[in-house]
Write a protein that binds this ligand. Structure first.
Ligand SMILES: [Zn+2]
Length: 256
């Protein structure tokens, strides 16, 4: 059994000679650990996985155990373990923020047959929050459009991304975000892949698209600079291959 335990939004991990793993019951037996919101979240390699919040401050953790943020674990945990950790994180956050009905304030109850909460007083049902966002590689001949977000580190460039709004299709969202952020229009929008992004609750849905018309004009609110890059002069700092943004850029490089 694997325990995905959170304390102050950080995950408890077992680190043996730089081999990072999720603690098992045996790792925890000697600890006087107190838990709340224990939830079964699925199976990983034949091991049942549970998540919970640690409620007591364990000042003296054994040397091999430590609390680490999910962001720091993105590049160290294996993909399937990270994905389960992200699922655990999102479910714990949802449990914490949906204890009460948002409409009438009554105490929510678990809806038995699915991952949802139901208000016993007015019947409102709440599902775990997932915020879909599109991310798109725009190609113009042998170049890709990469942009610098004002919040990125210096000289870090990536593809265009943005949150889906109520009532729009994913394709409409791609067109709107691209137009808003860099002022160009795109066509031939094609699905590429998706990636859960638990920072804190996104689902990234990636597309490729072809440049249609317009000149690059950045909005200077989210994007401070954008440019068409060939595979021979990519910026020095781009997303890593484990991110879907990095996969899109690598897809472009392999194409050209
Ligand atoms: Zn209610």
């Amino acid at each position: 059994m694997l325990w995905f335990l959170f304390y102050n939004n950080k995950l408890l991990i077992n680190n043996n000679n730089d081999n990072v793993s999720i603690p098992t019951k045996e790792d925890l037996t000697t600890l006087e650990i107190q838990l709340k919101r224990e939830i079964y979240i699925g199976m990983l390699d034949n091991s049942p996985c549970l998540t919970a919040e640690v409620t007591n401050d364990l000042l003296l953790l054994p040397d091999n155990l430590s609390y680490v943020s999910l962001k720091e674990l993105f590049n160290t945990l294996e993909d399937d373990i990270f994905q389960m950790a992200g699922r655990a994180y999102q479910i714990i956050n949802w449990e914490r923020t949906h204890q009460y009905c948002g409409k009438c304030g009554a105490t929510n109850e678990n809806k038995g047959n699915e991952l949802a909460k139901e208000c016993p007083s007015c019947g409102v049902i709440s599902f775990p929050r997932i915020s879909p966002a599109v991310i798109v590689a725009i190609i113009k001949e042998d170049k890709i459009l990469l942009a610098r977000n004002i919040n990125f580190p210096t000289n870090f460039y990536s593809v265009i991304a943005g949150f889906v709004e109520p009532g729009e299709t994913l394709e409409e969202c791609v067109q709107r975000e691209v137009k808003e952020e860099v002022g160009v229009e795109v066509k031939n929008i094609k699905y590429f892949a998706s990636q859960p992004w638990p920072f804190p609750d996104s689902l990234m849905i990636a597309f490729t698209a072809e440049y249609d018309n317009g000149e690059i004009t950045v909005d200077n609110k989210e994007i401070s600079h954008a440019h068409w890059f060939s595979c021979f002069n990519l910026p020095a700092n781009i997303p890593g291959e484990k991110t879907i943004a990095g996969s899109l850029i690598q897809w472009f490089v392999k194409q050209t």
